[in-house]
Each structure stands twice: as C-alpha cells, then as structure tokens.
Design a binder for this molecule. Structure first.
Ligand SMILES: *[C@@H]1O[C@H](CO)[C@@H](O)[C@H](O)[C@H]1NC(C)=O
Ligand SMILES: *[C@@H]1O[C@H](CO)[C@@H](O)[C@H](O)[C@H]1NC(C)=O
Ligand SMILES: *[C@@H]1O[C@H](CO)[C@@H](O)[C@H](O)[C@H]1NC(C)=O
Ligand SMILES: *[C@@H]1O[C@H](CO)[C@@H](O)[C@H](O)[C@H]1NC(C)=O
Length: 437
C-alpha cells in the first residue's frame, strides 16, 4: 500500500524532435516478477544494487523490469544500466559500453565519497542523472527538507527573549557548532576557528570541541541529530553554523534545513546558489557576504543586541502564516514533490527509475543525452577565509589526481578496454606526475 500511488513525468515527442513535456500522471505500481510472456519488456539493471530488484514497474505508458541481477548484462532486452554514485568503483564496471544501453547516475552525495565523479570526463560517460543539482534529470536538491510544514511550524521555536535570557543567565554562546567530521574538502573548521576569536561559539561535536553535550545526547550521535529533544536544544541558540563538507552548486543538506526548521538562524557555507532555495531573502547568513570572519562577527554581535534586526531572519516563523515563505520557486518545488506521495527517505530513486523507463519507451534516439559538469558542479575546493587555493588542503591533490582518473577511465571505456586496477592506478599517478590531465 504505502508506495503504490505516484505521480510521474510522461514524455512525448513532437515535430520529429524529442521535446519532453512534463506531465503529472498517476501511476500504479505493478509489483510482479518477469515471466516468459514479458518478452518485450525492457530491462533496467542496477549495476550497484540500490533501487528496485526483480520488479516490473509501470510508469505512465511505459513498463520496465528492474533488476540487480548482472546476468542481464548481455541480455538483448537490456536498455539501461543504473549506478549509485557512492558505490561506483572502477574495478567493478560493466564489461563494455554499448551505445544502445544508456547509463544513468544517481548520486545525491557530495564528492567526498567518490571524487572521480566530479570530473567532466567521468560524467560524460552517463546519459542521465539524478543528483542534488537542479539541472539534473531528476533533481534531489530538496532531499533533506521533508515538508513546508516543518519549515513554517513552530513546534521547536524558542522566542528571542528566551534565547537572550539563556545567553545572560545560563552562559549559552550565541552560536552553536556541532560537527564530527573534521577533515573536509570545504575546510570548514578553519573558518570556525577564526570566527571563534571574535564571538563565542559552543562547539559540542568532536571538531573544535569546547562544550560538553548532555549525557542524554551521548549515545548514537547520528540518531540524536534528528530527535525531538536534540532539535529543541538546537532551537535555544540564536545562530547555528551550517557548513557543508564540500562546496557544490545545489549541494544543500540538513545542515541548512535543521536550524531553519527549529528557528535558529543558519550561518551558511556551501552551495554558492543556496539563497535560491531559502524561504525568504533573509533566512540565513552567508559567510561569503562578509570580507572576513571578523566582519561576520561584527554583524552577528549587532543582531545579538537588536531583537528586531535579528527577527528579520525568522520571517518563516514569525510572519502571518500565508506570508511565511515568499520564495515561490521553493513553494513550487515542494508542492510538486508533495504530489509524488508518499515522500519518505529512501524512495527517491523511484522517480529516477520511472524517468529512465519513460526515456526507453519514448526512444528519443534523435537526441543523444550526455551528463555534464552542470549536473554535478563541484569546483576545486577553496580556502573559506581567503578564497584562494590552499596548498595545505590535501583534498586538492585528491581532486587533481582523480581528474587524471576520469580522463583515463573515459579512455578505457570508450575504447572497450577492460580495467586492471593496479595498472590503472599506476597510469593515473604517472599522468598526474607528468601533468597530463
Ligand atoms: C535595530 O534594528 C532595526 C531594524 O533592523 C533598526 O531599525 C534599529 O535602528 C536598530 N536599533 C538599534 C538600537 O540599532
Ligand atoms: C530577494 O530580493 C531580490 C532583490 O533584492 C528580489 O528580486 C527577490 O524577488 C527576493 N526574493 C524573495 C524570495 O523575496
Ligand atoms: C549514451 O551515451 C553513449 C556514450 O556517450 C552514447 O553512445 C549513446 O548514444 C547515449 N544514449 C542516449 C540514449 O543518449
Ligand atoms: C567490447 O569487448 C567485449 C569483450 O570484452 C566484446 O564482447 C564486445 O563486442 C566489444 N564491443 C565493441 C563495441 O567492440
């Protein structure tokens, strides 16, 4: 019952060109196995197990068989191979790339998990994508924001007066930081350390720790991050540092949404275009709007002292209900998604599966599709304070080495050469050392 009804894209062709018309359509899942009578049903193979397995699914007018079974690799009905980005490894790829079998990439994670995937040459190997980018075929930009109700609701909300009282009477810092992944491409801790010189920050995670988390939050760090008591605790802070582990366009995680939901103002560093998704123009503070951590701290001190200036950042909680979110693009995106019922974590690959299935059905052969950097746009990491390329950030070497990896991988795959990992890695390092990428 739960996932039976969904609304999906249907595509249509017009004037010989493949023009995709997005059309919402109710579909019914057909959870059946493939039988001998299904000879004409196209096969979609999850190379890295992630989506549905051994299931015939109906998507609009199309029907496809989804499987994890690699025995289908050479099956004549195989039309598409799908990969889950974090589990894609060069030593475990299909034997060869047939031009009649499309490749799809689902990758909602940041490049931290698989840096070869940020490079144009790797991305070009795929025809379709579902990534955090708004430009991907099935965008997952708002994956971590469950609903509009969360955003405007006040179940965790702590008034500005109370927050001020906690600062004065209970020695709370105005700013909260809680992070346990301290070695990141974005080098976020470097910025936090500098900011700390000018404004008090309570840091409860293992990174730059200076405060002790209450015992009730001690177990299962990752579980507590979304539990009600913990959210109520975050809500007591005027500001929460929300720095992503990597800087990519549209890579926005719960780090931004969590403080917005509880009513603590996020101090954000991450997707350069993140403001496009904020409930209102002033819902978060971007570190990029300040020339230095010191300049940012001056601004924060002003807001700490001036309640009405501070509350301008909480319009999504404080305005009249109908004016809480003025960003119509955000409203549209959430509304569209609320129709792909029911939204729950883990089923976001369903829509991509149907997208792929409909592409197969519509057989848009007149138009060759290719994924590009636009659909997974993570530039070389920069120093969060100077904006320069910092030599001490080892992620930069990683980025550059994998650029060679991407070039090599594309060469192997387009020339139908099977990969020997040891040899591949040696060649990659050679290319890197000789500056060939
Ligand atoms: C506080 O902020 C408001 C609105 O941002 C501004 O009009 C006012 O002058 C500020 N008050 C002080 C004392 O700075
Ligand atoms: C934000 O401000 C800009 C101009 O400063 C305006 O064009 C835009 O519509 C505003 N967006 C929202 C969501 O209010
Ligand atoms: C997918 O990409 C491959 C390799 O670039 C290409 O040969 C093929 O025509 C593409 N298929 C589609 C459906 O775009
Ligand atoms: C690629 O190599 C495989 C064997 O590894 C072979 O079966 C296949 O026909 C080759 N494809 C092309 C397009 O050369």
């Amino acid at each position: 019952m739960p996932r039976k009804l969904r609304i999906m894209f249907a595509t249509a062709t017009t004037l010989g060109l493949c023009i995709i018309i997005f059309q919402l359509r109710l579909i019914l899942y057909d959870r059946t196995r493939l039988s001998s009578s299904d000879d004409d049903i196209p096969v979609v193979l999850w190379w890295t197990p992630f989506g549905n397995n051994n299931l015939v699914k109906t998507c609009g007018n199309a029907k496809c068989y989804f499987t994890h079974n690699r025995a289908f690799e050479n099956n004549i009905r195989l039309k598409s191979i799908l990969f889950y980005g974090s589990n894609l490894h060069i030593h475990d790829l299909p034997n060869w790339r047939s031009s009649s079998v499309s490749w799809g990439l689902l990758h909602e994670e940041s490049p931290r998990n698989n840096p070869i995937l940020i490079h144009e040459k790797t991305l070009n190997l795929f025809n379709y994508s579902s990534t955090f980018s708004r430009f991907s075929d099935v965008p997952l930009t708002l994956l971590d924001l469950f609903s509009l109700k969360d955003l405007i609701g006040k179940s965790y909300y702590v008034s500005t007066k109370e927050k001020s009282a906690l600062i004065h009477a209970k020695n709370y810092a105005p700013v909260l930081y809680i992070q346990s992944d301290c070695d990141t491409a974005s080098d976020r801790d470097r910025y936090v350390l500098e900011l700390m010189k000018y404004i008090r920050i309570d840091s409860y995670g293992t990174c730059i720790n200076n405060a002790r988390l209450e015992d009730r939050f001690k177990n299962n760090y990752f579980d507590i991050l979304n539990n009600r008591e913990f959210l109520s605790f975050v809500a007591k802070y005027k500001f929460t540092i929300a720095f992503e582990n990597a800087i990519c366009n549209d890579y926005i995680t719960e780090k931004l949404w969590r403080p917005l939901i509880v009513g603590s103002v996020p101090i954000y560093y991450g997707s350069p275009s993140f403001k496009d998704w904020l409930p209102n123009n002033k819902s978060a503070i971007s570190i990029l709007d300040f020339t230095s951590p010191k300049a940012l701290s001056d601004f924060l001190h002003k807001l700490v002292k001036n309640d009405s200036a501070y509350e301008e950042y909480l319009a999504h909680k404080l305005n009249k209900r109908e004016y809480r979110v003025t960003n119509s693009a955000l409203l549209r995106a959430l509304e569209r998604r609320s129709m792909t019922l029911p939204y729950e974590f883990g089923n976001y690959m369903e829509e991509f599966e149907c997208f792929i299935c409909e592409q197969i059905q519509n057989n848009c052969e007149s138009k060759i599709r290719k994924v590009t950097r636009k659909q997974y746009d993570c530039p070389l990491p920069r120093d969060p304070i100077t904006g320069g390329i910092s030599k001490r950030n080892w992620w930069i070497d990683q980025w550059n080495i994998e650029k060679c990896g991407a070039k090599l991988l594309a060469h192997y795959i387009t020339n139908n050469i099977s990969i020997n990992t040891k040899h591949f890695n040696e060649q990659k390092m050679n290319m890197y050392d000789n500056n060939e990428c």
